[in-house]
Design a protein around this ligand. Structure first.
Ligand code: PMP
Length: 726
């Protein structure tokens, strides 16, 4: 059979195994483990194990894990006459079962397991959700079904006390972050090489569970037979915290989960007493000893001791927070209850200081993907050559202006380059006022146009929000056109747009900060006409929605069959490099040139132009508009298929989407839970009840699946009256 794997064995020695027949195979310098599962083995389960092993090979980290060897026919599982065969490359190391762990090794174990859950964070597999008796979440069932095998009276009492303790904490477990974990980092599966914790084997218990159960299992066996088990357990926890998060809620669950593991272990061992496996008996005795010690001790004190210690990562984060408080203005906000320290971005993914992968569904700025090599290259090359301003001749700015104008409808031909969306809108306001001689502005109630004084004045999102001073008298507000608002719209507009004349309408064509509101057919047209009738011009704010985000068109105003007089652009233009633009008609541009020079130190510099050109190239070369159409509609379909009456609406266009939920509390909880699942989302809308989805356009269907799973799971966890926060 080994020849199917291309292996010519010199030596094959049988090894003990619970379900599988295992063999130690030596072939020249290579060593393997051949596993033959019985013919009735669950293939889904084996394929889960293989998928995990493969995922971990692709995401290497601190702990080595076995590599699955492909057979010559390209398969990794081979059906043979007496079962299912698979070959794993042997990894060095010996289990620590006999020697135990010292504090340093315990720390390494914790660090390795923390790193492991980070590596597994994005991994999904349909079989992982199966019922598994060793899953910590099923401990009470597992124990209840086997308690009658425990015959010793003292043991029965300890077990009953353990069950009471687990029961008190069980409910809280369901609210903790869940993911796929190894689930069985016991003393036979954790390997040491030269005294260092280096490997982890046996993925047979891999399961979707609370992530903190990974730590709890690791702690449990490390504490076996230790002189001071809690010190060793605390060392494992410190190690864990050096590589991954430990929230307060998770820390509180730790001791109950250790007790749950012990109770599971002793009752399963009792039920299998006749197996005759000597290790089971040693391990059973150690487990009873530890369980008795923990139940007899001051549990609150033990729980605190386990979870304390100043972990390096927490220090780093708290140090960053402290320095931020000292040097940055406090009006700047941070995302999430526990802010994330990001260090790297690639495509639609961000990586935090521990290397954990997050799916970025928020960043519409890194439009063609974080750190896109073509954009980085264009910037570096131009930066290494020349960076000046528009007072010198340079082709890059002309090439870029020409490309931008060509992407806009005919008549929108003249380009001014600036450095942000706010600056673009600010310039558009000056242009509109100069061109019309009027001062007033019409806006949507929940619009947002930027952070400068004038932009705050015309942004309901700000002037009506916290700290806002209300609208100035020169600003006229029309309702945000939520669904159904088109009824009576013309009258409403006539009432709000002053006949005395306005300089401009500023309108997003999908109102982003207002909650991803897509105006109904005709709404924008009516508004455009009303403003133009008074002599005003129309500014389409495409800062969030431009550059193909809506997929079917380059600009979101095109969804509405209208043509503005000025288009403002920003955010995605430079893929993170500060870049904005105003594109307008020749007539307005000429009117604006009233003798006062427009100079912008950075606007239109060659580096920015090179970056902007590279972004346009990538959108076109990689077909990103089409991707936004396809992945966007796949995502909308999947989101709409979630059966949960707390979802009020799923809306948007391309990859500019919103999920409106029933209230702000649910929305915040879902976003926090999704973050625990390493999926980043943001919230907007006047009632803070809309989850915004606007990822880099390189988003894939797999990313969409991961997002939908996270939202579904977050909803279930936020869930019912039974488990959800009130
Ligand atoms: N307009 C819209 C529609 C925006 O969403 C934003 C930013 N959120 C701006 C303008 C301002 O852009 P910036 O923050 O780049 O100045």
């Amino acid at each position: 059979m080994l020849r199917h794997f291309g292996v010519d064995a010199d030596e094959i020695v049988p090894l003990p195994g619970e379900f599988d027949r295992n063999y130690h195979v030596v072939a020249g310098d290579d060593v393997y483990i051949l596993k033959i599962s019985p013919p009735d083995a669950d293939v889904d389960e084996i394929s889960l194990q293989h998928a995990v092993l493969q995922h971990l090979q692709l995401h290497p980290g601190r702990l080595a894990t076995p590599r699955a060897v492909e057979a010559l026919n390209g398969m990794e599982l081979l059906e043979v006459s007496d079962g299912i065969a698979r070959l794993l490359a042997y990894i060095d190391g010996a289990p620590y079962a006999d020697a135990g762990l010292d504090a340093e090794q315990a720390y390494e174990l914790g660090a390795g397991l923390g790193d492991l859950v980070n590596r597994l964070a994005g991994f999904r597999h349909p079989t992982a959700g199966r019922y598994h008796p060793w899953n910590a979440l099923n401990a009470l069932d597992t124990v209840a079904a086997r308690r009658h095998h425990v015959l010793d009276r003292r043991h029965q009492d300890v077990l009953d006390e353990a069950v009471d303790y687990i029961t008190t904490h069980e409910r809280a477990l369901w609210d903790l972050p869940h993911q796929i974990i190894h689930g069985d980092a016991n003393d036979l599966n954790v390997l040491l090489t030269d005294g260092r914790v280096t490997g982890l084997i046996d993925f047979g218990d891999t399961v979707h569970s609370v992530r903190i159960a990974e730590l709890a299992v690791g702690c449990t066996y490390a504490m076996f037979d230790a002189v001071d088990p809690v010190t060793i357990g605390a060392a494992v926890v410190r190690g864990w915290r050096s590589t991954t998060d430990l929230t307060n809620a998770e820390a509180e669950a730790l001791l109950p989960l250790i007790v749950a593991r012990l109770a599971t272990s002793v009752t399963v061992a009792a039920s299998r007493r006749d197996d005759g496996n000597p290790h089971n008996q040693v391990s059973e005795r150690s487990a009873w000893d530890l369980l008795e010690r923990l139940m007899a001790g001051d549990r609150d004190a033990i729980a605190v001791e386990l979870a304390t210690g100043t972990p390096p990562l927490m220090t780093e984060r708290s140090e960053l927070l402290a320095r931020r408080a000292e040097y940055l203005g406090s009006a700047l906000s941070l995302s999430y209850d526990e802010p994330i320290h990001m260090v790297r971005g690639l495509g639609a993914h961000l990586y935090d200081a521990r290397g954990a992968d997050f799916l970025d569904c928020v960043n519409n700025v890194c439009h063609v993907g974080h750190s896109h090599p073509k954009v980085v290259e264009a910037a570096s090359r131009q930066w290494a050559t020349l960076n000046t301003n528009t007072r010198y001749l340079h082709p890059a700015v002309l090439d870029y202006a020409e490309r931008l104008a060509a992407l806009c409808p005919p008549g929108l031909d003249v380009v001014y380059l600036v450095n942000s969306g706010s600056e673009a809108n600010e310039l558009a306001l000056r242009m509109a006022r100069t061109a019309t001689g009027a001062r007033d502005v019409v806006v949507f109630a929940d619009g947002y146009h930027g952070n400068t004084s004038a932009m705050v004045d015309i942004s309901g999102y700000k002037f009506d929000g916290p700290g806002g001073a209300g609208k100035p008298e020169w600003v006229h507000v029309v309702d945000t056109p939520i669904e159904g608002r088109s009824v009576g719209w013309a009258d409403h507009v006539a009432e709000r747009v002053p006949s005395s004349g306005v300089a401009a309408l500023f309108a997003e064509s999908i109102i982003g900060c207002g909650g991803q509101i897509v105006p109904e057919a005709g709404v924008l047209d009516t508004l455009y006409r009303a403003v133009r009738e008074t002599g005003g011009v129309v500014v389409a704010d495409e800062v969030q929605t431009g550059f193909g985000r809506v997929g079917s068109h380059w600009w979101s105003f095109e969804l509405h069959d209208v043509v503005p007089d000025i288009v403002t652009m920003g955010k995605p233009m430079g893929n993170g490099h500060p870049l904005g633009a105003v594109v307008t008609t020749r007539a307005i541009a000429e009117a604006f040139d009233n003798g006062m020079e427009y100079f912008n130190t950075f606007g239109g510099n060659p580096v920015s132009a090179a970056v902007g050109l590279a972004v346009l190239d990538v959108i076109e070369e990689e077909g990103l508009r089409q991707n936004a159409v396809e992945v966007g509609s796949y995502l909308v379909d999947r989101l709409r298929a979630i059966e949960d009456d707390r979802i009020v609406d799923v809306r948007g266009a391309g990859l500019f989407l919103g999920i409106q939920l029933v209230d702000a509390a649910t929305t915040k909880a879902v976003v926090e839970y999704a973050k625990a699942d390493h999926v980043l989302l943001s919230i907007d809308g006047p009632a803070h009840d809309v989850i915004k989805i606007k990822p880099p356009l390189v988003f894939t269907n797999e990313d969409a699946d991961r997002l939908v799973d996270a939202v579904t799971y977050a909803l279930a966890t936020t869930g019912t009256a039974r488990f959800g926060p009130t």
